[in-house]
Design a protein around this ligand. Structure first.
Ligand code: DUC
Ligand code: ZN
Ligand code: ZN
Length: 467
């Protein structure tokens, strides 16, 4: 099968140029001027940008968490991602206590099976760091997994101590696995939580007091120091504030193998949104928490100056009004106390348009930088480049046809995510995907969804790069 995309403007992390793109089966085979159309289906992309499909390195689909399970499964979450121009994501598989890492990956493979409509991979989160589990890091490559997550938070659930983190880093270094940390101080959070709850401080806003910025900063510093000593490749996920990003800047200035990710919500949702009267603030409970408008500006600057290299979503959807009309339990679980609110914000569909409008249109980042932080750098870090993350001969034909003039108002009423609220409700954006192509197949065409469940492929990853 041949497809020729004519007259579009190709945008990569480094270049902007007008060209035709020829696709044969699943791959891009030729990029050039006035390519002949014989035997090909022709797509006219006049006035459109051709960008590599977005890659979201941080999602939680069908994940049991906080006494319930996330509202989006692999079908609803991936379908929404495709409407938003994301063509690949890497989801977090969780090791179950007493079980192997491989078992965790297999569990998540089973959740995805028969539901996938975009391409995907898995990180594995180590939650039971026995000697056996640590040794298993050496064979993660055989599962097509090139990244290992370690939680420095969620004491009593996912958190592991520094001994385990250090040992995991040594093994990850030897096996060329990317070590990812959720950097907060779980011990301090547990103590603060206990104190706040015992004082009857139960409204959603107290979530903020239990997750101070300073402990995100110091946990990040701890992870970076251990990466420096062990030589592991470190990727710090969901960096929310200047306290942690300053540590990242310092680590990178010293030449350590470290890089950082932020998430869209940290540029648009703030502490004040959690401080509103009533329960509404529960929508924005996530870990690390939302911070301040000053942090948002700091994040934009850090994305510009390459201190931060990727933007993900940490998509973790829970209904605001769950437990009714066939919906599973959601945020309402925390009505009696903020500490019972399931942590997470949805956004897998919104990342690309929101970052484009507020980044590129607002003059904060260039188009090429937009591609770098939403796709190319992610593919490199996750061990998928150049198969994913660029428009080049030999790469998978994952291409988003982007209309830079198309206007849209984001709303839960029209979004495709299986959740009853949207973090960007009412945001008027200009520029969005009009056609999403994955491995040469059109997955979304305007409002139409064009593939069946099971289309999405598991991507075996290896050779993570710090960028
Ligand atoms: N943070 C969230 O907000 N949700 C899922 C897990 C996490 O670390
Ligand atoms: Zn996390
Ligand atoms: Zn997460």
């Amino acid at each position: 099968m041949k497809t020729l995309i004519k007259n579009g403007t190709v945008i990569t992390a480094s270049d902007t140029y007008k060209a035709d793109v020829l696709i044969e089966d699943e791959k891009i085979v030729l990029i050039g001027i006035n390519l002949p159309a014989e035997g090909a289906e022709v797509i006219d992309a006049e006035g459109l940008l051709l960008m590599p499909g977005g890659i979201d390195a941080h999602t939680h689909l069908d994940m049991p968490f906080g006494g319930t399970t996330t509202a989006d499964d692999f079908y609803t979450g991936q379908r929404a991602a495709a409407f938003g121009g994301t063509t690949t994501h890497v989801d977090f598989a969780l090791q179950q206590k007493g079980k192997t890492l491989k078992h965790g990956v297999e569990m998540w493979q089973a959740k995805a099976k028969g539901k996938t409509v975009i391409d995907y991979g898995f990180h594995i989160a180590i939650t039971d760091p026995t000697e056996e589990s640590i040794n298993e890091i050496s064979s993660l490559g055989e599962l097509g997994v090139s990244s290992l997550k370690v939680f420095q938070a969620y004491k009593g659930a996912f958190m592991v101590d520094d001994t385990a983190l250090f040992k995991a880093m040594e093994k990850a270094r030897d096996a060329d696995i990317l070590l990812m940390t959720h950097s907060e101080n779980g011990d301090a959070i547990a103590l603060l939580t206990e104190k706040l709850v015992s004082e009857g401080k139960l409204a959603p806003k107290y979530h903020l007091d239990a997750h101070p910025r300073e402990i995100e900063g110091s946990a990040t510093a701890r992870a970076i120091a251990m990466a420096a000593v062990t030589g592991a490749k470190l990727y710090v996920v969901h960096m929310s504030c200047s306290d942690s990003i300053e540590q990242m800047a310092m680590g990178r200035a010293k030449g350590y193998n470290v890089m950082g990710e932020t998430c869209t919500q940290y540029m648009f949702k703030f502490e004040d949104d959690m401080k509103v009267p009533g329960f509404e603030g529960a929508k924005w409970a996530c870990g690390p928490p939302v911070r301040t408008p000053d942090d948002a500006e700091y994040i934009w600057e850090s994305l510009r100056d390459t201190t931060l290299q990727t933007v993900a979503t940490d998509h973790c959807s829970f209904n605001y009004e769950g437990g009714v009309n066939g919906k599973g339990p959601g945020k309402e679980l925390g009505k009696e106390g903020w500490h019972k609110i399931p942590n997470g914000i949805p956004g897998i569909e919104d990342r690309m348009p929101v970052m484009y409008h507020n980044g590129v249109n607002a003059g904060r980042i260039s188009l090429n930088r937009f591609v770098a932080i939403t796709s190319t750098n992610v593919a490199r870090a996750m061990g998928m480049y150049p198969r994913k993350g660029t428009i080049a001969a030999g790469s998978d034909a994952d291409i988003v046809l982007w209309d830079p003039k198309k206007k849209h108002t984001i709303s839960a009423k029209t979004h495709h995510m299986n959740v009853d609220y949207n973090a960007y409700e009412g945001m008027e954006i200009t520029g969005k995907p009009v056609r999403t192509i994955i491995r040469g197949t059109t997955v979304v065409d305007g409002d139409k969804f064009c593939v069946e469940k099971g289309f999405g492929k598991f991507i075996k990853r290896k050779g993570p790069q710090i960028v």
